[in-house]
Write a protein that binds this ligand. Sequence first.
Ligand code: IPE
Ligand code: IPE
Ligand code: MG
Length: 265
Amino acid sequence: MSHSQVASPDQFTEAELLSQLDAHLLPQHVAIIMDGNGRWAALRGLPRIEGHRQGLTALREVLDTCHEVGIPNLTIYAFSHENWNRPAAEVSMLMHLLDDYLTQERQGFQDRQIRFLPIGRLEKLPTSVQRLVQEVADETQHFTDRVLTVALSYGGRAEIVDAVKTLVKDIQLGALSEDQIDENLFEQYLSTHGLPDPDLLIRTSGESRISNFLPWQIAYTELYFTKILWPDFRRHETLAALLDYQNRERRFGRVTQADSPQSGL
Ligand code: IPE
Ligand code: IPE
Ligand code: MG
């Protein structure tokens, strides 16, 4: 399929987008920076919390769509280390929403066999939320086919620093020697250990930045930036992003397939 055919996914219906997806070329891990809730609300003269509420509806739809097409790993940025700097009232509302979301989805995670994996400085969350987060994580930890990783009070640099500290401790304890350290080993010290690196990172709301999300893990990830605000990012937009991903050529530093030795240099 040529690139021009997918240049305007808007012209396709969801069924058409779905039919163009190739099950063998799907990303195995999609990471999402769910941004733009506040602007979505402001555009409608609503308080920011309404944007966050609609954002959760979008999340449910995106999660369903990813599972429907067969993507096993989804990692979402729900609350960053830096988001603690927001007004206390907004932080408190976000914590309540997280509590509500987990209370509502708990049974659904069981029924659909989804592992809920929280990452980040969880100890910074309010105690009651921390408890719920831990309970839902514990009761779903045996599920392996579908993993929903949720970054909470997460910062990528902090994650790397934490990994280095643990690694240094292991060396001091004699559990590890310096020459054993390589990229694979280092990865074991990250909170995402065991997960494949994201194949696709989606950021909504028109910002073209990473905002300290998974800096180690996305070294070779395909980036997809869209102007759509997160509450409006639904099934159609998800399918369009997946289709866009499928039409990219991931080279990992190699030459393009057309220039491969078989075709002559
Ligand atoms: C993303 O939406 C949600 C969180 C960061 C929790 P924002 O709240 O950042 O929305 P904007 O960027 O202000 O529109
Ligand atoms: C990134 O969005 C964090 C989350 C989506 C949770 P922000 O809105 O906090 O990012 P910046 O401040 O625009 O970089
Ligand atoms: Mg934002």
